[in-house]
Write a protein that binds this ligand. Structure first.
Ligand code: MSP
Length: 503
């Protein structure tokens, strides 16, 4: 069984912030979860380096574009590594193999008549890399994108166009036959109405200005950013020159994207793939935005409430684990998610420290102090309902398989609450006879299950728990058989007080 998950490739003209981290963590959680279920997983992320914005950003810091993107790509890799992002491959669109694939794709589309040369006249925003139709531009002549509002340039030039309009019916038919193609469904509805309202051909080239991938048959032009960028998902797998990985993973491709780039992935990319005669990805999963003060978080807006670079580079694993958990446990997947430091502190204290952390520490303290660190299975379960535990685990599995992160986390919390109640109801700390061993065994058994569910969200914490429970890495696998006895090790605090974490 295989699974291929991709993040969008990020523009390296600004440093990663929690918004970009959100997409990446969401993919990492899913990727780790499928690995726990013994899937053969390929997890792709990377940087989208050929846009004109790079020239601007490099100029500002007096660097050559290539030096600038080299440094930024290293920074992205470093930050992802410290955030415990376990990707399989990091793609950079300035790498040779990618350039060859993008040119191959462009050439093939051209030869098949899907790319033609025409006159483009209209407004262009360098920052957004977007051509705007006159109807969208008001008298201010500023970029219609409310996030941008920079001055537009009026351009009149010959350009290459992709015949997107030729794919309207085919796309609609595909959507109809594949009602699960886009998740959540309200995003799918938006995509369908957009296509129904009529598709225009798309400008896919710019005048070459010493940066970007050249159009293979016309050296005066470079490939406009989206054909180049989207192609990363197949060039990373070797398409079309070495097909081993492509043959293995492409048919199980899932693209995770923010809602702002859904059309590129659910309309333009499928049309390009249809033109190339390549199967479409299994699913496009669109998440909402992290918001601060009612605005989409970006490097400049609210990006500093959690200084991602500082947190990541300090490699403070408790803070990093808590941040991973916090971002994914919030909201309903697909919707925008307000974030704040106050809310983070509240979630940390009530869910991580007081609920999950306290549970582990109570159970392990009793075993350490009263049972000489050893428990074993003496009889069938008589305190904890195994069916309740199994139900939590199977619900968790179902929710995460459907990308419902916060609902999956609710199963974790539900189980932790239940186990804390068992400790209270049986007044475990007062039990002195041999019943103590059995109830503690049942509790540790349940903690092993709980730890499996914690793992994709907080791998560092789960590994820490493994050490304390003296268990092998395999115990994180879905099919692990939980042992009949435990010899636990030194106890460690999982989640220190919030004051110490944020100090
Ligand atoms: N380079 C293109 C993607 C090409 S994919 C073939 C791009 N890059 S980006 O760096 O601008 O954004 C990448 C992703 O980060 C998008 O999916 C976007 O939604 C996500 N986020 C950026 N800010 C965000 C939030 N505040 N919240 C959640 N995700 C957001 O677009």
């Amino acid at each position: 069984m295989r699974f291929y998950i991709t993040t969008p490739i990020y523009y390296p003209n600004s440093e990663p912030h929690i918004g970009t981290a959100y997409t990446t963590i969401a993919c990492d959680v899913i990727s780790r979860f499928y690995k726990q279920k013994n899937y053969d997983v390929f997890f792709l992320t990377g940087t989208d380096e050929n846009s004109n914005k790079i020239i601007e950003s490099a100029n500002k810091v007096n660097k050559k574009p290539i030096e600038y993107v080299n440094e930024m790509a290293e920074l992205f890799k470093n930050i992802w590594k410290n955030l415990d992002i376990e990707y399989t491959k990091f793609i950079r669109t300035t790498e040779d193999y990618h350039i060859k694939t993008a040119q191959f794709v462009f050439q093939k589309l051209y030869e098949q008549g899907y790319i033609y040369k025409g006159l483009y006249e209209g407004w262009y925003c360098i920052h957004c890399e977007t051509f705007w139709t006159t109807s969208k531009v008001d008298d201010s002549k500023l970029c219609p994108n409310i996030e941008c509002r920079r001055p537009l340039n009026y351009i009149k030039e010959e350009n290459y166009f992709f015949k997107l309009s030729a794919f309207e019916d085919k796309l609609l038919k595909y959507y109809e036959d594949n009602p699960d193609f886009v998740y959540p469904d309200y995003r799918f509805n938006e995509v369908v109405s957009f296509v129904k309202s009529g598709l225009q051909d798309l400008s896919v080239s710019r005048k070459y200005n010493n940066w970007g991938i050249r159009v293979p048959f016309d050296q005066d032009y470079s490939i406009y950013v989206w054909i180049d960028a989207l192609t990363n998902y197949i060039s990373a797998l070797g398409y079309p020159f070495e097909l081993d990985l492509f043959d293995k993973y492409w048919e199980v491709a899932y693209h995770m994207v923010g809602k702002d780039i859904i059309r590129f992935h659910a309309v333009i990319w499928p049309a390009i793939l249809m033109a190339l005669n390549i199967k479409l990805p299994k699913k496009i999963i669109a998440h909402g935005w992290l918001m601060y003060d009612n605005q989409k978080i970006s490097k400049s807006k609210g990006g500093d409430i959690f200084n991602l670079k500082e947190i990541a580079l300090s490699n403070d694993k408790i803070k990093i684990s808590a941040l991973r958990y916090y971002l994914l446990r919030e909201g309903s997947f697909g919707q925008d998610i307000p974030v704040s430091l106050e809310r983070f502190k509240y979630i940390y204290t009530s869910e991580l420290s007081n609920n999950i952390g306290n549970l582990f520490s109570r159970v392990l303290a009793i075993i350490e102090k009263k049972l000489n660190k050893y428990v074993f299975k003496e009889s069938d379960f008589s305190y904890i309902q195994n069916s309740f535990i199994n139900e939590r685990l199977s619900n968790f599995d179902k929710e995460l398989s459907n990308f419902n992160y916060s609902k999956a986390v609710l199963e974790i919390l539900n189980l932790a609450d239940y186990l804390n109640k068992i400790i209270e109801n049986y007044k475990v700390w007062e039990i002195k006879d041999k019943n103590l061993n059995q109830i503690m065994y049942e509790l540790v058994y349940s903690l092993v299950v709980l730890n499996k569910m914690l793992y994709p969200f907080m791998p560092f914490i789960a590994n820490n728990i493994l050490e304390q429970l003296n268990l092998p890495l395999e115990s994180l696998k879905w099919d692990y058989t939980i042992p009949d006895s435990f010899n636990i090790k030194e106890r460690k605090i999982l989640f220190p007080k919030i004051e110490n974490v944020l100090a």
